[in-house]
Design a protein around this ligand. Structure first.
Ligand code: C5P
Length: 237
């Protein structure tokens, strides 16, 4: 669970995973949601180095006090994250036991409903090596190619919206495939990689989609926290 982001875009004085939403940090919401899905036998959370101990304390108190449903007994561990998301996942992966399947789930997508986890795990168990939850694109998307006549960005319209998808997490992988992809990333870094599916795809493995969910939004800007509050009011965890 990568949770080592800064929270700069959230205008917060604390790292994003430690920002509060309805009385709990995003990290606690995310761990509880993952446990409630019953999809994990072990959770490894990557947080900013200085917050490893506070995160351990926070999560120990949460596990001791909350009703964990199907997640009762699941081990939750905390490691120091890296300079970017991929590095944080790499560190969490290094600290994980050796399961057959791995889910990589952003702490920032802390309201992801259990059904999304179920769909990802279902496709993995059916034999897909890499699975991502997606939603359709609603905006028209253009590609920036340089500078326009008056100094603004020059744009071209060569992307077919009907074929584009917004990708969420949890992303699910055959563990051997994900470990191979991260080893390749370490030896030959893809500087613009923003998710794990990209790394796996680079090695020639197919990436398959299942339906995502609007409640799995990535909390990035202050407005996203407000939207998340509305989702919580409409369907409390
Ligand atoms: O920055 P962004 O919103 O894309 O981050 C996606 C996820 O990756 C968040 O859950 C964030 O905490 C995590 N992240 C991380 N380590 C970093 C940067 C981001 O674990 N160095």
């Amino acid at each position: 669970m990568p949770a080592a982001g800064s929270g700069t875009r959230l205008d917060s004085d604390r790292p994003k995973a430690f920002v509060e939403l309805a009385g709990m940090t995003l990290l606690e919401h995310c761990v509880l949601g993952t446990l409630a899905s019953g999809a994990a036998t072990e959770i490894v959370v990557a947080v900013p180095e200085a917050l490893v101990r506070p995160a351990q304390d926070l999560l120990a108190a949460l596990l001791a006090s909350a009703d964990l449903g199907p997640g009762a007994g699941t081990a939750v561990r905390v490691v120091a994250g890296g300079a970017d998301r991929i590095a944080s996942v790499d560190r969490a992966l290094a600290a994980a036991d050796s399961p057959d399947l791995v889910l990589v789930h952003d702490a920032a997508r802390c309201l992801t409903p259990p059904a999304v986890f179920t769909r990802v795990v279902g496709a993995l168990r059916a034999g897909a090596p890499a699975v991502v939850p997606v939603l359709p694109m609603t905006d028209t998307v253009k590609r920036a190619t340089g500078t326009g006549p008056t100094g603004g960005e020059a744009l071209v319209s060569d992307l077919d919206r009907a074929a584009l998808r917004r990708v969420q997490t949890p992303q699910g992988f055959d563990a051997a495939v994900l470990r191979e992809a991260h080893a390749h990333q370490r030896s030959d870094p893809h500087p613009a990689a923003t998710d794990d599916a990209q790394l796996v795809e680079r090695l020639g493995h197919p990436v398959e989609a299942v339906a995502g969910d609007e409640r799995a939004l990535k909390i990035t800007y202050p407005i996203d926290l407000r939207i998340a509050r509305i989702h919580l009011e409409e369907s409390p965890a």
